[in-house]
Ligand binder design. Sequence first.
Ligand SMILES: [Zn+2]
Length: 411
Amino acid sequence: MSLLITNIKQLIQVHEHNTTILKGSDMKNLPVIENAYLYIENDTIIEYGNMTDCEGFDAETTIDATGKLVLPSWCDSHTHIVYAGDRTSEFVDRINGLSYADIAHKGGGILNSAKKLQDTSEDELYEQSLKRLNELIAMGTGAVEIKTGYGLTVDAELKMLKVIKRLKQASLAKIIPTLLAAHAIPEAYKSNKQDYINYITEELIPKAAELNIANYVDVFCEEGYFDIKDTDAILEAGKTYNLQPKIHVNQFNILGGIALGVKHNALSVDHLEEINDEDIEALKGSDTIAVALPGCSYFLSIPYTQARKIIDAGLPLAIATDYNPGSSPSGNMNFIVSAACVKLKLTPEEAINAATVNGAYAMGISNMYGSITRGKKANLIITKAMNHYSEIPYAFAHNPIEQVIVNGQLL
Ligand SMILES: [Zn+2]
């Protein structure tokens, strides 16, 4: 199969050489070819350039993109889209004055999702999750990380991982599974958290590793959930089974989780709504990327990640949706790119870099995804007619997308 896209007003995020991460001031640069073409074969980007050089292609399909932009699909490196039911009633509780902590206290929150998920069959869970996945692909996402963490028992966590595996097999999008058994302390272990940690490290992680069904291990390192000592033990166990960490840290409190993540060579440290100078220092010189989740800050009305502090320190930043039923029930990366500009004070160039190359890095796939580079996967967005890529974040909550190409296939 071959596909030629012609007359592209702006071909965005073009890298001659494979770029796998953008840090600090490099995030300000977004390479663009005006009046461009792009040629793909099967699932791969083969050639691109200026329209004046577009000769000799015998493509099966040609798309005339006059007036439209083409960019790499969004890379959403942090989601929880496998869940059962929703938590609309808690949303209403919060409007009426209850905090996220109050809701968790009265049996809501993650434990509420866990109960629903445990009572839902694998097939039903798969159907609900596939619907969400297809919705976010239609909104321009071509690669997505999906976490467990609403199972909280060996059976239910493995049920989630099996659903993620089925999504991977059924979908053209790139899917990366992460084991987040340490998302909350289950009711049964309320008075003995250590037993749950042992259960994760001695039963769950080895079982997931044996099935070769997860790429990463995650922990919700936060007051009232898993402290530094607990997180250290879980990451250590993950390491034994070749599960690199991607962790939730500094959402509400600074516990030292960022330095701990760096110590364990975490691929990413996510949230960072609260961050201090020691955290910034810990990230310097590491291979760990910070991931901001502005949809969660928006929905919970909590502070936004101090992204300027991170980028201006010369560090890389990715942005992701954190799509989940409790704190960010949206998988719309277009909105996240806009929120990154409006609320995190990123320039459009920085926001698009954070959502493409750096998002791919935060999933460990930036050698094949996140930029327009010969040999990379053809995961692309064709926008509606617009003059400049800055219109994507500018026109917030609008849908900028006309068509998406995932794994070389026009959807
Ligand atoms: Zn999350």
